[in-house]
Design a binder for this molecule. Structure first.
Ligand code: GLN
Length: 486
């Protein structure tokens, strides 16, 4: 395997053994980006100079014998929804195309403390609304396994960057699918931690009761390492929970025994691609061979999850996005006659069509007269979905199924039909409504060579167990070692 195709843990071993320097690693990844990103378009900005300076600082620290952080010298790509001090943070929107945050997000501070090398900001659906990355104001990202297909979304750039070996690790955010679905479509590991596990401070909000920051990596070892770095309490996010952070990477190789896997009958119904189903069933066999019990369960309210999400998430988004008014920061229209005109022009020109659709829908479901019929009712069904999962986790350690109903679809295939696009999140969206931990790991390929993901859902704060369960599959297969030819 070429240097830039290796996992972070392997690079860390060579750094510690003195076989590689952070500068050599960073140079190699920068060269990979230069060679490949013209085709993949995962990055909105690559910070060559900054990355090399960070790498040189890590090398100097090592030479002086100073203690180094857990990710010392490892390049990390950052979804452009996370505030980076002094570096543009666009959220994939014209509205924020010139926004330079005066502060770092909590996770960025953590990465800097861990001596990681921040290599660049990645493309995404505008304000994280989408499942294909086609809603970016700066153009689509291409799936490294087939450049005519989408990488998934909304963190399409981060997923494609790792899949294309342009960075061994990346950060993304997940409100309904946005880490797990692109990870699945790009053949890599995607971890959405429990709501409250990672501080959202400095994450530009889409839907605050659903958003969570998470990880893209080639394998579970790297995901575990990165989680150790970014998880933990932060008083600046009132929903951050003070639960101890485990040494996830240390316990990873201990299999979970006995292991009971819940298989929701609702997840193997119409709409599921037969090749995806076959790969997921083969993954279940891998667990059976290791002694796991597979139990059919029912999540009867999961059929309402998409409807509930598109009420709750749009309501919260309409409120969160009210701050982009052309006054404080962000895009402001050139010509206007009055203040109201300035607001409406700035918002009309700054936001793309999907964002406008969501703001209108969200404002409608919150408006007086409709609030109880839509928003309040959606909250009640959200509770029923949670009750289903509570019942499931009383009988099993993990819920498994496909991450997405189909492999990567063609660019433009679903653009004209938002409902079809929304349906690609059918298996991932409940996780956010309930605040669970969710993980997608590679579990096979279609006959056309497109990756397929296995979805693992765990009870809140069960990341340690979830990663160990994922590792059981990974240690018996080699899907995580495949790399696309670019
Ligand atoms: N696809 C969903 C949406 O468009 C979820 C996106 C996300 O997780 N950020 O809202």
């Amino acid at each position: 395997m070429k240097l830039h195709e290796r996992a972070a843990s392997e690079l860390l071993a060579d750094l510690a053994g003195g076989k590689l320097t952070a500068t050599e690693i960073t140079q190699d990844f920068l060269a990979a980006i230069r060679a490949r990103d013209g085709k993949v378009k995962a990055f909105l900005q690559v910070d060559e100079e900054g990355a090399l300076a960070q790498a040189a600082a890590v090398d100097a620290k090592r030479r002086r014998g100073e203690p180094l952080g857990k990710l010392a010298g490892i390049p990390v790509a950052i979804k452009d929804v996370l505030c980076t001090r002094g570096t543009r943070t666009t959220c994939g929107s014209k509205m924020l195309q010139n926004f330079v945050p005066p502060y770092d997000a909590h996770v960025i501070e953590r990465l800097r403390d861990a001596d990681a090398v921040l290599i660049g900001k990645t493309n995404m659906d505008e304000f994280a609304m989408g499942s294909s990355n086609e809603n970016s104001a700066f153009g689509p990202v291409h799936n490294p396994w087939d450049l005519e297909r989408v990488p998934g979304g909304s963190s399409g750039g981060s997923a494609a960057a790792v899949a294309a070996s342009a960075a061994p690790l990346a950060l993304g955010s997940d409100t309904g699918c946005s880490i797990r679905q692109p990870a699945s479509l790009c053949g890599i590991v995607g971890l959405k931690p429990t709501y409250g596990r990672v501080s959202r401070y400095g994450l530009v909000a889409l839907a605050s009761s659903l958003d969570q920051i998470g990880i893209f990596s080639h394998d579970t070892t790297d995901a575990a390492l990165m989680l150790e770095v970014i998880a933990g309490h932060d008083a600046r996010d009132s929903t951050s929970v003070n639960v101890p952070v485990s040494e996830y990477s240390q316990s990873l190789n201990a299999p979970v025994r006995p292991l009971t896997i819940g298989l929701p009958v609702e997840y193997f119904d119409k709409g599921l691609d037969p090749e995806v189903e076959r790969a997921v069933r083969a993954a279940l066999d891998v667990y059976r061979q290791q002694g796991a019990t597979i139990k059919e369960i029912s999540l009867p309210n999961s059929t309402h999850a998409i409807a509930v999400y598109y009420v709750v998430a749009t309501a919260e988004a309409s409120s969160n996005l009210a701050r982009y008014d052309g006054v404080h920061y962000g895009y402001r229209a050139d010509k206007f006659d009055s203040m109201i005109h300035m607001y409406s022009r700035s918002r009309g020109q700054g936001f793309g069509p999907e964002v406008k659709r969501r703001i209108m829908l969200g404002t409608f479901v919150l408006s007086s007269g409709y609030h109880d019929a839509y928003y309040v009712r959606a909250l009640k069904v959200r509770r029923l979905i949670k009750n289903d999962f509570d019942a499931a986790f009383a009988q099993c350690d993990v819920v498994m199924g496909p991450t997405a109903p189909t492999p990567a679809f063609k660019l433009k295939e679903k653009v004209a039909d938002p409902l079809q696009m929304y349906l690609s999140d059918i298996y991932t969206i409940s996780c956010n409504l309930v605040g669970l931990a969710g993980l997608s790991i590679p579990c096979g390929f279609t006959s056309a060579g497109l990756p397929i993901g296995l979805h693992l859902l765990g009870a809140p704060f069960s990341e340690e167990k979830l990663l160990r369960i994922a590792r059981m599959h990974e240690s018996a297969t080699d899907w995580h070692r495949r790399r696309p030819v670019l």
